[in-house]
Design a binder for this molecule. Structure first.
Ligand code: C2E
Ligand code: CA
Ligand code: CA
Ligand code: CA
Length: 275
């Protein structure tokens, strides 16, 4: 504890200080990590909920730090956002995902997360067009996932950009559905191709009848609006069964497969072909 005169005392918690130092270190290392290829996607399988067929993968960024080991996106994406390196990070993940996915069978899709900072700061349409052209990955097999927060600060600009991306033939998913404030109004503002029900709802399925009612209504509404419904964070057979009965289309979660490195993806693909 340190006295700042006049009875004001600020306490420095040693663990807070450690967090602060780690954050500073990651921020400093980020640029080098990006150019060095230390940040790249893992892939989590997405399955058709009716027949269990593999339909695609979501690319999820991972940082393999030479000294600190594996670091998850919840830690470094916010750092990239504030230090404006999110544009480069987004370009890097999308490029690798498209290159990797060129080796997938042509019925397998790939989803990539797009952050708000990246979308509103950069010429995303130009970037995506360039990456599709240079990798040769077909736009109709790519989904970009955005959260509703993208609609909050500059809804008109956001809608214009999302429509431009759709014009390229890309699908657009509304991610983390149900965690924000006025989710329903965002359903009206844009013709989303896909809706991802957040894990927090999926977690409560099975023991909370209210969560079940909400999920059933959301699936009906989204289906009515022509959207595909993906449930994220499916961990149990019971959740899977409830979601299937609710009419949900696609399931993603530890029950079906963890995010995995690209060499393991090739094994998953072989297995799915053998089934
Ligand atoms: P998200 O887009 O909602 O991704 C789903 C997260 O849930 C992933 O965490 C995934 O590993 C985790 N997950 C999937 N199934 C299960 C499950 O059954 N149980 C549990 N407990 N967790 C599950 P991850 O990979 O740590 O990513 C966290 C968030 O970081 C993502 O949430 C996304 O918002 C962001 N993110 C990840 N990669 C990127 C990226 O390349 N760009 C941007 N802008 N954001 C990214
Ligand atoms: Ca996502
Ligand atoms: Ca989520
Ligand atoms: Ca549609």
């Amino acid at each position: 504890a340190k006295a700042l005169g006049k009875g004001i005392v600020v306490t420095f918690d040693p663990s807070m200080r450690k967090d602060f130092e780690r954050r500073g270190r990651l921020e400093t290392n980020l640029k080098h990590a990006l150019t060095n290829g230390d940040i790249f996607p893992f892939y989590q399988p997405q399955m058709d909920i009716r027949n269990g067929q593999l339909v695609g993968f979501e690319a999820l960024a991972r940082w393999k730090h030479s000294e600190l080991g594996w670091i998850g996106p919840n830690e470094f994406i916010p750092i990239a956002e504030t230090s404006s390196q999110i544009v480069e990070l987004g370009r890097c993940i999308l490029t690798t995902a498209c290159v990797d996915a060129m080796a997938f069978p042509d019925n397998i899709r790939v989803s990539v997360n797009l952050s708000v900072g990246q979308m509103l700061r950069d010429d995303v349409i130009g970037m995506v067009t360039g990456i599709l052209a240079s990798t040769g990955f077909p736009a109709h097999r790519l989904t970009l996932e955005v959260t509703e927060s993208v609609m909050m600060s500059e809804p008109e600009l956001a809608t214009r950009i999302l429509n431009g991306l759709k014009d390229l033939g890309i699908s657009i998913a509304l991610d983390d559905f149900g965690t924000g404030y006025s989710a329903l109004s965002y359903l009206r503002q844009f013709d989303w191709d896909e809706l991802k029900i957040d894990k927090s709802f999926v977690d409560d399925l099975g023991d909370d009848p209210r969560a079940l009612s909400i999920v059933e209504s959301v699936v009906d509404l989204a289906t009515e609006l022509g959207m595909k419904v993906v449930a994220e964070g499916v961990e149990t057979g019971a959740q899977h069964e409830i979601l299937r009965k609710s009419g949900c289309h696609i399931a993603q979660g530890y029950l079906l497969g963890r995010p995995q490195p690209i060499d393991q993806v090739h094994l998953t693909l072989l297995k799915s072909l053998a089934e």
